[in-house]
Design a protein around this ligand. Structure first.
Ligand SMILES: [Cu+2]
Length: 70
């Protein structure tokens, strides 16, 4: 089974930030795909049911930004 998680992002100032976060999310274990919308300041992630939002938020924080579950 797969699931979708949406995160609200904080701290992005340009498209490069969005790409950095997108890569960090894609590199997270068991994430199938991730897309960051810079204008909406949101990230859309699809992955296995075992993926927890807390792992994703940690990945965003490790990249230098903030996130919360939307
Ligand atoms: Cu930037």
């Amino acid at each position: 089974m797969a699931q979708s998680i949406t995160l609200k992002l904080e701290g992005m100032s340009c498209g490069h930030c969005a790409m950095t976060i997108q890569k960090a999310l894609k590199d997270t274990a068991e994430v199938n795909d991730a897309h960051v919308d810079f204008d909406k300041k949101e990230a859309y992630i699809t992955g296995a049911d075992t993926v927890k939002a807390s792992f994703l938020i940690k990945a965003v924080e490790n990249a230098g930004y903030k996130a919360e579950i939307k």
